[in-house]
Design a protein around this ligand. Structure first.
Ligand SMILES: [Zn+2]
Length: 415
């Protein structure tokens, strides 16, 4: 009798929840759920730099080569590429912004990147033509702005990462705050030049991209779309600018994997932070984030910037050892891990093709398996639980957490 009462009560609760949150439930159910877990290693800011960066990159790729996924593929780094840096001398002489290009002016790094592509250890993805706003940079140089003093005094290569943070945005001008948007002609110009340069350097177009400092807007998305960029990597939100105090302005503040924008481009989301140089996350912390993604049948997308590997040798060695341990732990702990680049994941989301194809070296791998109904139902409940605190509390208050827990745990044993 008591059991019957509980079942009737839970049914009534589910009916109420359905009327209250029907749209949310349908939208969440219609997201992508993976039986194989894609594991992406996203690393921003590779490109021009000191020649020692090439050795650091080789060390990192050497570590990735030692890992194998469920279909025997080695780990692959999605290297988010900066294609150029300012040519300070020419910019100072001409008064207009001038560039040094990755392929022509940094041949050792460029060749290491190409070797990584050929060995399927690295897949390039467009980050930006440069990691600053060229027009704003040239103007500050003309004005003798003290924020460019380090750049002007450098005799060898100069690291754009040393710029003030607002000056590192590419698709906004951060030379004064609040940031200002680029006019459409300037945006078109840099997107066209970036996509053409990328294709000429790497032999295939970048079908996906991630904006420097996560700063971009609708206008930039439209220019990307014109250049056949069909996927946008995010950190789970988009920032369209920075306010007077430098605070990032989020719009939209929440982006889910697989959501499409109004021109049909698909968004990807980084959900694991491994940035040891910042002291932001330990291996254990990153593994906990990876587990939350796995429970939700979502891709595990690790963010780990270049600077973790290009500062001191100790920091580089520690970062590589930590990433090595993180990847090992993920493979040991979660079944059916698949190493993928961001572009490959995007293509799998846009077109459930039977194969994963690396467009840069034409290597083919089996397509991803999507979750069956039982695994999907459990992962769906995990998504509601992790994203919506009120629903989680209601689950505890009504006791619905018990059947939900059983569905979730048994679902993990299914494909
Ligand atoms: Zn960046």
């Amino acid at each position: 009798m008591a059991i019957l009462f509980i079942l009737v009560f839970w049914s009534a609760c589910i009916a109420c929840l359905w009327f209250w949150k029907k749209e949310l439930f349908i939208a969440t159910w219609n997201e992508a759920y993976f039986a194989d877990t894609p594991l992406l290693i996203e690393s921003d800011d590779w490109g021009p730099g000191g020649e020692f960066h090439a050795d650091r990159l080789k060390q990192l790729l050497g570590m990735l080569a030692r890992h194998r996924d469920a279909v025997g593929r080695n780990a692959v780094l999605t290297a988010d590429m900066v294609l150029a840096v300012p040519d300070l001398e020419k910019t100072a002489v001409d008064g207009e912004y001038r560039r040094k290009m990755l392929d022509a002016d940094f041949p050792v790094i460029y060749q290491t990147l190409k070797d990584g592509i050929a060995r399927d250890l690295l897949t390039p993805q467009l980050h930006g033509l440069e990691h600053l706003n060229g027009a704003g940079f040239a103007r500050l140089l003309r004005q003798n702005d003290p924020r460019l003093a380090a750049a002007k005094s450098s005799s060898d290569w100069w690291d754009w990462e040393s710029l003030d943070s607002p000056l590192q945005g590419h698709y906004v001008d951060g030379s004064t705050l609040p940031t200002s948007q680029l006019d459409s002609a300037e945006a078109q110009n840099i997107v066209e030049l970036a996509t053409a340069s990328f294709q000429s350097m790497f032999g295939a177009p970048s079908v996906s991209t991630v904006a420097p400092c996560y700063l971009w807007n609708d206008n930039i998305e439209e220019h990307w779309n014109t250049q056949h960029i069909s996927a946008i990597q995010t950190a789970g939100y988009r920032c369209t600018g920075r306010d007077r105090s430098g605070r990032y302005l989020q719009d939209p503040p929440i982006i889910r994997v697989g959501t499409k924008n109004r021109v049909g481009q698909v968004y990807l989301v980084r959900n694991v932070m491994y940035e040891p140089v910042d002291g932001k996350n330990t291996v254990a912390g990153a593994l906990a984030e990876a587990e939350i993604a796995y429970l939700q049948a979502a891709p595990i997308s690790i963010s780990t910037h270049r600077y973790n590997f290009t500062r001191s040798e100790t920091e580089c060695n520690d970062a590589i050892a930590g990433l090595d341990q993180l990847i090992s732990n993920i493979i040991d702990r979660f079944p059916r891990i698949r190493f993928l680049s961001s572009a490959e994941l995007a293509e799998s989301l846009l077109d459930r093709s039977p194969e994963v194809i690396n467009r840069f070296n034409e290597k083919h791998w089996p397509g991803l398996t999507m979750a069956g109904v039982h695994r999907k139902l459990g992962a769906f409940l995990y998504r509601l639980y992790y994203r919506h605190r009120k629903l989680a509390l209601l689950g505890y208050a009504t006791g619905l957490c018990f059947p939900a827990w059983i569905i979730c745990r048994t679902g993990l044993k299914q494909r």
